[in-house]
Design a protein around this ligand. Sequence first.
Ligand code: URA
Length: 210
Amino acid sequence: MEAYLQEWSQKPPYKTEANFVPGEGSLAARVVFIGEAPGRQEDLQKRPFVGAAGKLLDEMLAAINLKREDVYITNVVKYRPPHNRDPLPEEIYANAPLLQKELAVIRPELIVILGRHALNNFFPSLKISQSHGQAKRLGEQVFYILYHPAAALYQGSLREVLASEFRRIPKILEKINELSKNEKNHNEKNGQPRLSAAEEHEVAQQGELF
Ligand code: URA
């Protein structure tokens, strides 16, 4: 991973004046948080979520007794888009291998999606306004969809929604553990084949997991 990050910091996958802002936290984390792209503060400090949205994220983590070091925090795009514009599809595409590498190394129990860009990276047809607060499963991976902390800062009414949905993270982790224990027992007993990733995608699109 270190070598991989080194390479990316020296050679961005496209032309950009911005600094490389890699993910940070524990590589043994049970939970990975994925935001959109670095903002001004993140670009200056070369660290994810260190501005106003990061402060809110830190507060919400503290409310569930977690510190930044216990989790892993990253972004879909690792370079600040000029003038804080939305990341372009080609930027998301060009950054995807690094996000995949982070997830492959960490193999988190839960991926917490923060906002619509991270959401559409994994679930292109879902809308954040309709799917926030829901857990979904895609293949083996469980995702939990939340509003982006910056959205909650701009739009005060979302703040309590985000905070209360965020507080469900420990319960969701518990459920994932129960689910994986049950599945293991079930598969050991019956030797049932698992659903294919495509079938699970269907399931994920249909309704709430928890
Ligand atoms: N917003 C993001 O999506 N990511 C950051 O790192 C900071 C703000």
